[in-house]
Design a binder for this molecule. Sequence first.
Ligand SMILES: [Fe+2]
Ligand SMILES: [Fe+2]
Length: 162
Amino acid sequence: MVFLDEANWSSFLRCVADLIGSAQVLSMRDIPHHPGCNCYEHSVFVAYVAFRLARRWGLDYRTAARCGLLHDLYLYNAREPGTHPGNQCFDHPVAAVRNARALCGTLSSKEENIIISHMWPLAKRRPRSKEAAVVNLADKFCATAEVTQIWRAMRMRQLVSA
Ligand SMILES: [Fe+2]
Ligand SMILES: [Fe+2]
């Protein structure tokens, strides 16, 4: 499948090289997400789809890939009581921004908006850049592919778990 060719995957990895092997990002492997899929697998999938869409549309694909990887860096198991203060839908983008800022040292306002707005329109923070819209779209596409198990047919599981 052209979607997952070697050249595109290598280009993607160069965009996220300093993040994807970090302890914080790898720890998402221990956090369950959609059925049969952990938070790390979901985040890499979203990052890769956002990277492909952003590059195809002439956008800042490096920022889309990096923020896609960090968009769900909330780092707690939402199924355990007491891990976050309120509704997971609204709480987790806030925690992800906080953890992404700690990991990267600093985030631009554009990067913060990409992460915090990924639950729009369920949450009220709107995407304010084309890259934020791309990550938002990629998140919804990937969530649908995961829930319906289509992502296994896309060979994403083998790739992101490697
Ligand atoms: Fe999310
Ligand atoms: Fe997500």
